[in-house]
Design a protein around this ligand. Structure first.
Ligand SMILES: [Zn+2]
Length: 312
């Protein structure tokens, strides 16, 4: 029996699959940055994969009408080509690989494959809408759980065009790096989408459109990040090729320092003039350094830091 596993860890997502599926047997592992599989699935052009599925449908239908196994060979070759288009299609490949190997291909599978493109396109739209209405920080803010709360009644979306969560086969156990976590054993591509979206909600991870390439990226670090570090065709990362970003960053850190410095000098003068004690100054200095650090890490905004300095 084949296996296909997906789990999240740190800033990544991991896939392990094996057509023969013995637990612990060496399978193939694929690591991607967090949310990359879902985001790249949403960006897939049906033109790039739909004809391949139609080809597989026709191969399988011909197999049932003529009984010639070369048609199933060709079907597997076509499904193999699909796996190069997207990791999600690996699941489809493995299921059909198993059915064919155990001679369990059934006529109903022709219909299943035939309906697949329409379903996948519907999931693409529903998940895209989920990004726009629940996760897009610039459209709907960073309160991801609250956004979900208002858009769903239990697992049912209030708007039918939004993604529908369903019971999904999730297990739990040992994962990479001596750690533990949830492990998805997907039956369908829908399960993979479901697992990724709920991870964003659970950990309140919003998304934003990259200022350079315009694609969505997950905000797993600084909330003010404007450029993605997603894989791209050119091999260059938007984050490292965005000079504007570096400029704003250094400009901001100068501003933080100047605000801090100005207040520091003022308090220092008070202490020298005997208006406050040395202890009072030291306590303020310690607190201000901690706030400045928060501000440098952008946990605190510049305005919040200024307000604190003023009132401290
Ligand atoms: Zn980008």
């Amino acid at each position: 029996m084949w296996t296909f596993k997906m789990f999240f860890q740190d800033d990544g997502e991991f896939f392990e699959y094996n057509p023969f599926g013995m637990q612990g047997a060496a399978g193939t592992e694929k690591a991607l940055p967090f949310l990359e599989s879902l985001l790249s699935f949403l960006e897939l052009d049906p033109e790039d994969w739909e004809p391949l599925i139609q080809q597989a449908v026709s191969d399988l239908a011909q197999f049932f009408s003529a009984g010639d196994p070369t048609h199933t060979d060709h079907m597997m070759q076509t499904l193999g080509e699909l796996t190069a288009r997207h990791i999600y299609f690996q699941l489809l490949y493995l299921r059909y690989f198993e059915h064919r190997a155990t001679k369990n291909l059934e006529p109903r599978m022709v219909e299943e494959l035939r309906l697949l493109p329409e379903q996948l396109i519907a999931y693409q739209k529903q998940a895209q809408l989920f990004l726009e209405r629940i996760l897009d920080i610039d459209q709907v803010g960073r309160e991801v759980r609250q956004n979900t709360q208002t858009s769903y009644s239990f697992d049912q979306p209030r708007d039918d065009s939004l993604f529908r969560f369903k019971p999904t086969p999730i297990s739990f156990g040992a994962i990479r790096n001596d750690s533990c976590g949830e492990i998805l054993y997907p039956n369908t591509i829908r399960d993979l989408i479901d697992f990724s979206l709920r991870e964003c909600v659970r950990w309140e991870i919003p998304v934003r459109r990259c200022r350079n390439c315009g694609r969505y990226f997950p905000i797993t670090g600084r909330i003010t990040a404007e450029y993605c570090s997603r894989p791209s065709a050119s091999g260059k990362l938007c984050r490292s090729t965005a000079p504007v970003r570096k400029w704003t960053e250094s400009r901001r850190s100068d501003q933080v320092f100047q605000e801090y410095r100005r207040e520091y000098k003022r308090r220092f003068a008070w202490m020298k003039a005997g208006k406050i004690t040395e202890e009072q100054f030291a306590a303020w200095h310690k607190a201000a350094k901690a706030r400045k650090k928060d501000c440098d890490r952008e946990v605190l905004s510049l305005d919040e830091f200024k307000a604190w300095l003023k009132d401290s």
